[in-house]
Write a protein that binds this ligand. Structure first.
Ligand code: ATR
Length: 264
């Protein structure tokens, strides 16, 4: 039986085991997928476990998407460009890091039928998933990307990786069409932003990368002032679908039953 794990810290909120085991059963694949609360020191051993055949693949989540890289042999194109890895397995004997967050984000925006090409977009956060979001937005020709992070230095570092983004102060809100919560604020039920989003008017798109819980302080604020809100569930599903096809060579279906199952 093949074995897969999602590793992160925190990890309790992750729905990856639920969706991956669902698709494994549906496709009659003899494998199991679990979750592991990990620490920096565990990454090397986890990678060795894949090399010696005890494990077959990993999903990597917060805060290890960058930290995993020194333990890998090869990065595929997207992972190399963003320096962010969320999927790992052996490929021709090489421990390879992939990035399926880019496709996950892009497909979720396309599913919304939202055209970013003439839009001004604010990204809140500068953690592991943000390079993938910037990369996808640039690929879709976003007009303007503003980056705002509590620790400004981290936003400045991303500016060095991608041309043409503007770093703004934490809490500052320029005129925008879409705002993305890519921080971890909202994972815990009582997390509050302390930013008054209502001053930005209405009819904007509030996109929260968080999918569990389904609603956060950010999405509730967006909803209250008459904006469109979207949580991270479809981004999560699309990145999971891509990871599944890397490991098993099958593209599993995303349909109403899958979504209902995840929400149950
Ligand atoms: P990492 O920063 O290690 O890559 P992450 O979970 O991917 O981890 O990123 C967490 C993001 O949420 C960061 O942008 C973080 O801001 P800092 O860089 O200033 O730490 C942001 N974040 C977490 N808690 C926050 C809080 N209470 N207020 C504002 N931003 C917060």
């Amino acid at each position: 039986m093949k074995k897969y794990l999602v590793v992160g810290n925190p990890i309790e909120h992750s729905l990856s085991p639920k969706i991956q085991n669902y698709w494994l059963n549906l496709n009659n694949i003899d494998a199991i997928y679990g979750k592991l609360l990990a620490y920096d020191d565990d990454l090397k051993e986890l990678c060795n476990s894949i090399k010696n055949g005890q494990l077959d693949g990993l999903n990597i989540t917060v805060p290890f998407k960058k930290k995993i890289i020194p333990h890998l042999d090869v990065l595929n194109g997207h992972a190399l460009r963003t320096q962010s890895v969320n999927t790992v397995c052996l490929n021709n004997g090489n421990l390879t890091g992939y990035n399926t967050d880019i496709d996950g984000f892009e497909l979720s925006i396309k599913k919304l039928d939202y055209d970013v090409s003439d839009k001004k977009i604010v990204i809140l956060g500068a953690g592991g998933v943000v390079p993938s979001i910037i990369y996808a937005l640039k690929r879709m020709n976003a007009q303007q990307i503003y980056l705002s992070n509590r620790t400004k230095d981290k936003a400045q570092m991303l500016k060095n990786l991608f041309e043409g983004i503007e770093v703004i102060d934490w809490g500052a809100l320029p005129d925008f069409d879409m705002i993305i919560n890519a921080t971890s604020l909202g994972l815990k039920e009582n997390d509050k932003f302390g930013i008054d989003f209502s001053i930005s008017g209405n009819n904007k798109l509030f996109f929260d990368v968080i999918y569990n819980p389904f609603n956060t302080d950010f999405s509730e604020a967006g909803n209250k002032s008459g904006n469109i809100i979207q949580n991270g569930l479809s981004m999560f599903l699309f990145q999971a679908q891509k990871a599944f096809s890397i490991w098993h060579n099958i593209e599993p279906e995303i349909n109403k039953e899958v979504i209902k199952y995840l929400e149950s």
